[in-house]
Design a protein around this ligand. Structure first.
Ligand code: MLT
Ligand code: MN
Ligand code: ZN
Length: 299
């Protein structure tokens, strides 16, 4: 399998268009210790010819331009992207579907709940129904994408998308709103969990001993956005477990036996984006890699 990190940042990207937080400031000023990153998505292929996108980010058009493997080939209009699997209904994971609207056949996979949100948002009606098949996948059920890859969604703690929130939000709900994915080519597999509000025992059990895990790296500290005066919300309230702290992902995965642990969906406030920061050093010491756009993992 070839796994391409199309976008390694969280919603908003890095730098974020309206943000002058200390980390974004470095990016705006061209500081070499940080690399710009686009929003959250991977592309995976078993044969190097046909690809499935895991999430479709608002930056998808530029991500395709940056990735020769995803350029159109053959006569007239023909994209190597055959399918998209979305892990939740967040803007950073759905908006790229609008980029795929130009009369191109592909299959859209997701949970029943997330695909219902797509169906309910009339703007996605722009996808030509005769070409774009939607296929809801039950949790814990493996779907054959038809290109040599099977994908199994499983519930992880999370919440409904921000734009659907009402006064009371059930953060940590485990259901169809936020899923992790196990992707297998029959011989090898890896896990993709870009959003998860708690590394609880079920999550640990599911991921223990994995060869490769791409995991939610949104913030370093739970109160990162609060401390910077950018948002009244903790990471947990946004549906993300922080890296640090006794229940953070660094501590919780410390003895999980996972061979390769890679942070994705990294928010622009997260100091691990600064290559010589002490936070970056702490995650590397703990055996984690920090994904960057264009990173390729062979599995
Ligand atoms: C998130 O990951 O928390 C969301 O992408 C936030 C958002 O929708 O902006
Ligand atoms: Mn997000
Ligand atoms: Zn910022």
């Amino acid at each position: 399998m070839r796994i391409l990190v199309l976008g390694s940042a969280a919603g908003g990207g890095f730098p974020q268009w309206n943000c002058n937080c200390p980390v974004c400031q470095l990016a705006w000023s061209g500081d070499k210790r940080v690399k710009a990153r686009s929003q959250s998505s991977l592309a995976v292929s078993a044969d190097g010819e046909r690809w499935v996108l895991l999430n479709a980010s608002p930056d998808l058009r530029q991500q395709i331009i940056n990735s020769p493997a995803l350029h159109p080939r053959g006569a007239s209009r023909q994209s190597p992207i055959s399918a998209v699997f979305v892990t939740n209904g967040d803007i950073d994971h759905l908006a790229g579907l609008l980029t795929l609207r130009e009369q191109q056949a592909f299959t859209l996979f997701g949970s029943h709940a997330t695909l219902a949100q797509v169906a309910n948002s009339s703007v996605f009606g722009v996808l030509n129904k005769t070409l774009v098949q939607t296929r809801a996948v039950d949790l814990e059920s493996s779907v054959d994408t038809g290109i040599g890859l099977k994908i199994t969604p499983f519930a992880v703690p999370g919440k409904i998308p921000l734009y659907l929130e009402e006064e009371v939000v059930d953060v940590g709900a485990e259901g169809e709103s936020t899923v992790g994915l196990e992707i297998s080519d029959g011989a090898k597999s890896f896990f993709y969990v870009p959003g998860c509000s708690d590394v609880n025992e079920r999550v640990l059990k599911r991921l223990r001993g994995a060869d490769v895990l791409f995991f939610d790296g949104t913030t370093y500290t739970d109160d990162e956005m609060l401390a910077l005066g950018l948002s009244p919300k903790t990471a947990h309230r946004m549906g993300h477990v922080a890296l640090s702290g006794e229940n953070g992902s660094l501590a919780r995965f410390a003895s999980s036996g996972i061979a390769r642990k890679i942070y994705v969906h990294i928010n622009n406030t997260n100091p691990i984006l600064i290559e010589d920061s002490k936070e970056r050093e702490s995650v590397e010491k703990a055996g984690w890699e920090v994904a960057y756009d264009g990173m390729e993992v062979k599995q």
